[in-house]
Design a protein around this ligand. Sequence first.
Ligand code: AGP
Length: 616
Amino acid sequence: MCGIVAACLISEPVLGCLIEGLESLEYRGYDSAGVALSAPGTPRRRERGRVEDLKERIAEDPLPEARAGIAHTRWATHGAPSRPNAHPHRQGPITLVHNGILENHDELREVLAEHGAVFESETDTEVWAALLAFEERKTGSGVKVEAFLEALAAAMGRARGSYALAILHENHPGRVFFARNESPLVLGMGEGGRYLASDVAALLKRTHEFLYLEEGDLGWITAEDHLVVDRDLKARDLRPERVSWDPEAVEKGGYAHFMLKEIEEQAGVLARTLQSAAGAEGDFLPDFRLSDEKLRNIRRVVMIACGTALHAARVGKYLCEEGAGIPAEADYASEFRYRDPMIGPEDLVLAISQSGETADTLGALKVAISKGAVPAAICNVPGSSLCRAVEASILTKCGPEIGVASTKAFTGQLLALHLLTLRLAQARNALPEKEIERRLEILRGGHPAMQTLLSAGAREHVAEVAKKYARKPIFFFLGRGPDYPIALEGALKLKEISYVHAEGYPSGEMKHGPLALVSEDMVVVALAGETGNYAKVLGNLQEVKSRGGHLVVVTTTSRREAIELADDAILVPRTDPLIAPMLHVIPLQYMAYYVALERGCDIDKPRNLAKSVTVE
Ligand code: AGP
């Protein structure tokens, strides 16, 4: 949820590198920001608000030069956004930044206060600093690095919850200690120095070589060396991994917002993900390492995810049942993990996540694995916690997704679900080989249709419709069948970046209550494309229209009646029903974008949210 970055550089001052890292991590949280440098007195600057505000603060009150330091951009969990609550936090010789939640912070705060700790903030992070200072006094580590690692391991033994920590100690100039449990942390090794960050995007301008730290890892970095040990202080031999993502991929590339850039990258995502589906030797889904036999023994597919990824999972239910003839369900990861789910060795548990770091999704996967389910994942970040927790994965080739509102990852997930369905159908002989090939061709044919929807003309038409209704207080998105989760996704996009109340609903359910809401203030956006059940959808549109609601219909030229009924029609190309839902979401993404633009909202960093929810 927060973003942390640290660096130990060989020759250049570290401040610029830390600020650059914060700017690319800001999508993870933007309530406050701060830096601390490895210099006498461990100087630090912290500010409420964005990285820009921190830069202004530093300009007013400059920092001394240093070659090592730590930095943090915060998504507030404990303690309101304020300068005293901003990281880095300090206790005694320790100054640190933290991403995660210290669940037993109350009891630790009490015990540490009894031993003389004085707290200046309401945060759980300051308790971490006090705990470390306390453990160090107990081990009397002074200037020995190994002794401090012992104190850090001891503190980890007392802490409950998730954490990624970067720590400065005034007796260890030029060195940054670290520890990781559940919250993500990568170690970068570049020509100019060594780095730590919450994700690789923050460091791509500095290095492409990373060590992915695991649960319980701790250690240190200096400008030209590093050490990773486990909780018993035994050295860990991690293999460096190369991340080929292009640093420009995390830049806006001339777009006003990352969200718009990422909407328009979707056709490329479709092509790249499809291409990678057929491995180098033409083997289908090479990373999805589950044998035909294993897939034949599966009796049910249970999909777990959050937010947009869950909407993809809900589409996946329709795909799996229709294409692979296997029962499938999709559930909120945050509900699944705590309800003692009925799941076992005959179930395939499929975790879907763009970031691969969503705490609820990882937690739900752990529960399913503990009950013997066969784990698999659809994910966009290679090396993420989720990718490393499963043997069988399908990587969406979206490149980094920076905008908080997920767009290209969603269509990438839909495509991955199509491919998974075909893999299951192949293993279970649920579809003849010819039909599988035909469907693959339809998926490949989606690219030109998607390009049409991403064209300037299509975009500008949606922008006009969005501006026309941007001030309306309530939106309903309606869809049937696999268009129902698309309606849910359209509503989520709108509410999370324009703060307008929006609901997604099955078209057939309006008459069971929500029709009472229809009024001059309500905009109904209905999906009436080529996904079947048109006659029923038409009836639902008439129900809305006859009660005075504003009706926007996403449809095709063949649906004359729907076009005539609509106050505004948004046309999508006629395609096979198999890929129609994936196309329908694009005008809804644009609609959310242009309503938010019209309302002057912060599109890439909407209030109260963050890109990757790594806490529960
Ligand atoms: C979607 O636009 C939101 N940013 C949010 O619902 C997101 O989909 C959810 O937090 C899951 O994230 P993940 O895909 O990284 O697990």
